[in-house]
Design a protein around this ligand. Structure first.
Ligand code: DMJ
Length: 360
């Protein structure tokens, strides 16, 4: 039914602009994953059509780092101030698409963008979080493993994992070593990653975005299970304390600094990634708590909702359910607990948006 609906209704011939990054990970990735799962040619054709409509964001940029927005019909681009995640989160979608349609230009386009960013790293091998994609000049000094940088690191590893390209492994390793050296900070037995100045390593703040919880799984994938487990435990501690994770946590004050919960997937994502490396029930147990607490606190009459304040009792609910909730943690829970034979637990690939490209 879904495929029929897409075939009959979905087209991208629209005079309107979209955000390149979100459209890439959600829609190009979703269509590609659908193609891998069904081999319905229409899905691949739509993924290619959409990627082609997004491509002016890359080709019109003097540095190769994409503009943030593009008009799907006219190819007009805008916003030259961008962020590592929005510059470097393309290689799995673009590379896999290029393989399927036998056109290496997609891979090259995504790799050029990410390499242009990496080449502008500081002498201590960190990137800041805002850059002018036309001039290549940095606009901020703040280095973070959280947003808006997060999935840039994730896709460096993925470029190596999926395509065996040693340049990606090198870029991942360089950043991972610098993050371990300048950002890893143990406080009261818990590992955290503060924001630091990207040229000096001086700590800027102790805020920890919930989105940074993905880094536990990535550390494990990159071979550092020790820090991966330690960072997962830091978030596990916050979960045990508050029931559900706040959007932000100040680890020096040991208190939430953003009290909402946006139904985020990162903690479950790390539980799954570490479980795939080491099928230990401890990851299932942490994810079970995540799932049970979500059911307890986010259930609304017609589905599940974000929470406006996790510190109020009872927790004050909001009124929306983000798309990633369907694409990510619903899938992560299911893969963690089902032992399904529809998924290859040994050889697989899930994108940053939980889209499965390998292992279906
Ligand atoms: C998702 O779209 C992806 O996981 C992305 O990489 C980060 N933000 C959201 C979920 O929080």
């Amino acid at each position: 039914e879904g495929i029929r609906w897409i075939a009959d209704n979905l087209h991208f011939d629209i005079d309107g602009e979209v955000q390149v990054f979100e459209t890439g990970i959600r829609m190009v990735g979703g269509l590609l994953s659908g193609w891998f799962g069904t081999r319905e040619k229409k899905l691949l054709a739509l993924a290619k059509d959409l990627a082609d409509r997004l491509s002016p964001a890359f080709t019109k940029s003097p540095t190769g780092m994409p503009y943030r927005f593009v008009n799907l019909e006219t190819g007009a681009v805008r916003d030259n101030q961008s962020f590592p995640a929005e510059i470097g989160t393309y290689i799995p979608e673009w590379g896999m698409l290029g393989k399927e349609v036998c056109d290496k230009r997609y891979f090259d386009m995504a790799k050029r963008a990410v390499t242009a960013l990496f080449d502008r790293r500081s002498k201590i091998d960190l990137v800041a979080d805002t850059i002018d994609i036309e001039t290549g000049a940095w606009i901020s000094r703040r280095a973070s493993v959280g947003p808006p940088t997060d999935s840039y690191f994730e896709y460096l590893w993925d470029g190596w994992q999926l395509f065996g390209d040693p340049d990606f492994k090198h870029m991942y390793d360089v950043h991972a070593a610098a993050i371990a050296k300048y950002q890893a900070h143990e406080v009261n037995g818990h590992l955290w990653f503060p924001q630091v100045d990207f040229e000096t390593g001086a700590v800027l703040d102790h805020h920890q975005s919930e989105l940074a919880a993905f880094y536990a799984g990535l550390l494990g994938q990159g071979g550092d299970m020790e820090r991966g487990n330690a960072y997962l435990d830091s978030w596990g501690y916050v979960q045990a304390r508050y029931g559900v994770l706040p959007e932000g946590y100040d680890y020096l004050k040991a208190a939430p600094d953003r009290v909402t919960n946006e139904l985020r997937p990162e903690f479950a994502d790390s539980c799954l990634n570490l479980f795939l490396l080491d099928p230990n029930d401890r990851y299932r147990e942490l994810a079970r708590v995540h799932f049970e607490k979500m059911k307890e606190t986010s259930r609304a009459p017609y589905g599940f909702t974000i929470i406006d304040d996790i510190t109020s009792s009872p927790m004050k609910q909001g009124d929306s359910c983000p798309g990633y909730w369907w694409s990510e943690q619903m899938k992560y829970y299911w893969l963690l607990f089902s032992n399904t034979d529809r998924f290859d637990y040994k050889n697989n690939y899930l994108s940053t948006e939980g889209n499965v490209f390998v292992g279906l």
